[in-house]
Design a protein around this ligand. Sequence first.
Ligand code: DGP
Length: 114
Amino acid sequence: MSCIFCKIAQKEIPSDIVYEDEEIVCFRDLEPQAPVHVLIIPKKHYESLDSVTESGEDKELLGHLMAKVHVIAARLGLENGYRLVNNCGEDGMQTVKHLHFHLLGGRQMGWPPG
Ligand code: DGP
């Protein structure tokens, strides 16, 4: 297995995990872009959002992940709001090819993003 986020999910390489359950892991980003910057990933490997299908399994997993976002945000003290970002593919500037959502907060965000 060469995927770095699979290795983080399997605890083969260390990370600062802030939330974990059977299906997902959330850990602090190595290069934080905000006072709070964590990545939420499914443990199951999907290369990107483009790999997600309409199967019941994928819908359940992604629905579960989305339903946990506000739980994680609350745990991290983001009472005043946050931003959830997915970079998909080359134009989306995705660098790690394991589906992940950036949860950013702790400051006022700008719009439009770069
Ligand atoms: P993206 O551009 O959306 O693919 O963002 C990938 C993010 O992953 C980027 O913000 C840096 C972070 N990252 C890359 N490698 C590691 C790692 O080994 N550990 C952690 N915690 N974060 C990583």
